[in-house]
Design a protein around this ligand. Structure first.
Ligand SMILES: C[S@@+](CC[C@H](N)C(=O)[O-])C[C@H]1O[C@@H](n2cnc3c(N)ncnc32)[C@H](O)[C@@H]1O
Length: 307
């Protein structure tokens, strides 16, 4: 593994291991393999097994190293949350002891300008985790300003969404918007205050990324599969970084746990905050299935609409 790949610091992993206590021969499902930070901690903590997926084809390179090191205890599939059922049906395990989801982009994605996720580094407007389908370029250059404003407001919680959408539309009358920094500059112009805590493009980039990767529907479907395939007394850990995702997870677990107190929320310790700035907005939600029966939870019950 390269130093860059190892540079990703897994968020809230100590807390996850403490809560789940993976035991020898148990099987855990890492739904967001990324740089393998979570999988590694599980595999080193006990002789448990890991089934891991990631929709990003680059994760496969890291997974190959894991396969060499951990052999039969580790399996990786290039896949996504909405296909978790197909993966589990393919493996010997038909029930899982625990699921972990670490939602969002990995540092591997964010740090490579060519992937187009960062508003701080020049790159093409891509932002596709799975490297297939519609790009950010397609969205910003083809949607009407009303459509853009809705995306930016709904997925980014950005109050300035209408202004940003109008500015994008005006700019592209003379030229297509091609790069991340070009888009970031257009957005910056919509904010009068030059002294900001967060970069003004943060929420708009987040919104476009969530939209093109279908992240809300994916998360909804992943949580339902987790609930379906968890063993009795199995557990589920979900780490989120934005209120939109956290509210979906919170509402989901509230319904799934039938309002019991087995739905805990945990934030990073002072120590972790000091050493890992990415953990700043992280929230971990933990759920134990207990004896609860699986019941599919529709997205509308979580306060979200079907796209
Ligand atoms: C924050 S990173 C995970 C980092 C990982 N926990 C670690 O410690 O290295 C999130 C990863 O989830 C993947 N991902 C996001 N949405 C996904 C989905 N719907 N299906 C599969 N993988 C997804 C991304 O490609 C990314 O690699």
């Amino acid at each position: 593994m390269t130093n860059k790949e190892l540079a990703h610091k897994p968020v809230l992993i100590k807390e996850i291991i403490k809560l789940t206590e993976p035991k020898d021969n148990e099987t855990y499902f890492d739904a967001t393999f990324g740089n393998g930070g979570y999988s590694k901690e599980f595999l080193e903590f006990s002789n448990c097994n890991i089934i891991a997926i990631d929709r990003d084809p680059h994760a496969y390179q890291i997974a190959k190293e894991f396969k060499k090191k951990y052999g039969k205890r580790f399996d990786f599939f290039h896949s996504e949350f909405s296909k978790i059922n197909e993966i589990i049906e393919k493996t010997q395990e038909k029930k899982i002891d625990g699921f972990v989801f670490d939602i969002g982009v990995s540092s591997m994605q964010l740090d490579y300008p060519k992937r187009g996720f960062s508003f701080m580094k020049e790159g093409p407007l891509d932002m596709r985790m799975g490297q297939e389908g519609t790009t950010a370029y397609d969205i910003v250059n083809s949607k009407t300003h009303e459509e853009l404003a809705d995306i930016i407001y709904y997925y980014g919680d950005e109050r300035n969404s209408r202004r940003i959408a109008r500015e994008i539309e005006t700019y592209r009358k003379s030229k297509k918007i091609e790069t991340t920094l070009e888009l970031a500059e257009i957005i910056k112009k919509c904010f009068s205050n030059k002294y900001y805590k967060k970069h003004p493009a943060t929420k708009t980039f987040q919104a476009i990324r969530i939209y093109i990767n279908n992240e809300i529907e994916e998360l909804h479907s992943g949580l339902n599969y987790a609930l379906q395939y968890l063993k009795k007394n199995g557990n589920l850990c979900v780490v989120t970084f934005h209120s939109i995702e956290d509210s979906l997870v919170k509402n989901f677990l509230k319904i799934a746990s039938q309002n019991n107190k087995i739905n805990k929320v945990i934030k990073p310790s002072e120590e972790e905050l000091k050493h890992n700035s990415r953990s700043r907005s992280a929230k971990l939600r933990f759920f134990e299935k207990g004896n609860l029966e699986f019941r599919y939870i529709p997205i509308e019950d979580l306060g979200f609409k079907q796209s």
